[in-house]
Design a binder for this molecule. Structure first.
Ligand SMILES: *[C@@H]1O[C@H](CO)[C@@H](O)[C@H](O)[C@H]1NC(C)=O
Ligand SMILES: *[C@@H]1O[C@H](CO)[C@@H](O)[C@H](O)[C@H]1NC(C)=O
Ligand SMILES: *[C@@H]1O[C@H](CO)[C@@H](O)[C@H](O)[C@H]1NC(C)=O
Ligand SMILES: *[C@@H]1O[C@H](CO)[C@@H](O)[C@H](O)[C@H]1NC(C)=O
Ligand SMILES: *[C@@H]1O[C@H](CO)[C@@H](O)[C@H](O)[C@H]1NC(C)=O
Length: 382
């Protein structure tokens, strides 16, 4: 995104699930974790029942069963380990990816041992069903520092799209316990400072217990159906952006800002009304200093919903920005539902912000928003 910012901002957004009590990101928050586990277990049991039922259903007769390609991939799992000390099958993630045959049809689980992997990674379209699995007590870090203005191999600037430390073009990608990082600093007033930690362009991708660290444009939620659970995001300046259709099922959303001017948490790019895209944030906590909009309209039909979220005082009373384009006020879809906290006071909201009714909120507040029943798998099944 071509954004020149004149302010300094660090936003922390940590994502968990379901109910929340505090905003601190700490692994020892046992009760939240237990809730999370029981949620997963319940979900898994529900799915197991559904899978059993699906055996007596005609394929395609129901939208509530794992799709066939995925089911086949999960039944044929392959494991490979990556360890920098040479004790695994591979020393780098890239080597492990290169070992996977093109047009892969099996779930390939890369067990990535703790360490800092300074690698620029692209998971190409031809490698679906790849899982990056880290260790929850010591997650591997995949790090880089490319920016939009850095020079690529062809001598041209990389641009935002290619600045990503990890780019996923493949479908059915899963990451568990992995830290994605772009360490390029955000320099006030600089041009081309966009520095993506992760770009996800494949559909049906899930991220559990992951963290995303960057400064400007951290998470490029480019396109497709995506699910984020129990993750942590840090960034600045439109740090979640793109036209994905994504559910951030989130808790303990810790948005720490040192903004001197105004920033935006999201820049959702739905460009026409027939696109099924939009970001849904459920069970967040948004905190920090500085001031932020919940979203600003990158596309005419930009769609973002925050539900059951604690919004601290850094959220501007106006709530939402039309990005200087008045026409967009009538076409964007910016909704809030059952949010709490000082930033959820609707008194100063722009006239075109929506307070959703139960019925309006419903499509956004379950995994069905991302058609999860057909492709989400419990991370504990892996
Ligand atoms: C995770 O890391 C911890 C600490 O380094 C180690 O004790 C444990 O065995 C690891 N777990 C797995 C599954 O590798
Ligand atoms: C990016 O990282 C490399 C390797 O650590 C380092 O040499 C380089 O100076 C860094 N570039 C910037 C702009 O920080
Ligand atoms: C909406 O955008 C999509 C993707 O760019 C395009 O295929 C479609 O034709 C557009 N529809 C309209 C009504 O403009
Ligand atoms: C909401 O904001 C308005 C205007 O600042 C203020 O008068 C009102 O007391 C606030 N409501 C709550 C519940 O804090
Ligand atoms: C997520 O992180 C928690 C806390 O570190 C850990 O106990 C749990 O096993 C992790 N989940 C998965 C799926 O690895």
């Amino acid at each position: 995104m071509a954004i020149v910012s004149h302010f300094q901002l660090i936003l922390l957004l940590s994502l968990c699930t379901l109910l929340f009590k505090s905003c601190s990101w700490s692994p020892e928050r046992v009760s939240d974790y237990e809730r999370w586990v029981s949620w997963n277990v319940a979900n898994y049991q529900k799915r197991t029942v559904k899978e059993a039922e699906s055996l007596v259903q005609t394929p395609g007769s129901s939208g509530t069963v794992l799709d066939l390609k995925l089911r086949n991939a999960e039944m044929n799992r392959v494991r490979k380990s990556v360890s920098q000390d040479g004790t695994g099958d591979f020393k780098t993630i890239k080597e492990a990816l290169d070992s996977i045959p093109l047009h892969n049809i099996k779930r390939v689980i890369l067990d990535i041992k703790p360490g800092v992997y300074r690698e620029k990674i692209i998971v190409p379209r031809t490698l679906p069903f790849v899982t990056f699995l880290g260790n929850s007590s010591d997650p591997p870090t995949i790090t880089g520092n490319d920016t939009a203005s850095a020079t690529g191999r062809n001598g041209m600037p990389l641009k935002t799209f290619q600045s990503a430390t990890v780019a996923v073009d493949a479908n059915y990608f899963v990451a568990i316990n992995v830290k994605f990082e772009n360490t390029a600093p955000h320099e006030i007033g600089s041009v081309g400072g966009q520095a993506v930690a992760l770009r996800i362009s494949g559909t049906k991708a899930a991220f559990y217990n992951c963290s995303f660290y960057g400064a400007q444009d951290t998470l490029y939620d480019h396109k497709g159906l995506h699910y984020f659970n129990n993750c942590f995001i840090q960034g600045s300046v439109d740090f979640i952006f793109g036209y994905g259709r994504s559910l951030y099922e989130v808790q303990n959303c810790n948005l720490n800002s040192i903004a001197k001017k105004v920033a935006s948490l999201t820049a959702q790019k739905r460009t026409n009304s027939s696109l099924e895209s939009g970001f849904s944030f459920k069970d967040n906590v948004v905190t920090g200093s500085g001031t932020v909009f919940l979203g600003r309209a990158w596309g005419d039909y930009s769609r973002v919903v925050f539900s059951y979220t604690f919004l601290d005082k850094l959220v501007l009373p106006q709530g939402w920005s039309n990005w200087g384009n008045h026409k967009r006020a009538s076409s964007v879809y910016y909704g809030e539902y059952k949010c709490t906290g000082p930033g959820a006071n609707l008194t100063g909201r722009v006239g075109w912000a929506r307070v959703l009714t139960d019925e309006e909120a419903k499509p956004f507040i379950g995994t069905y928003y991302v058609e999860g029943d057909t492709w989400l798998i419990s991370p504990y099944q892996i």
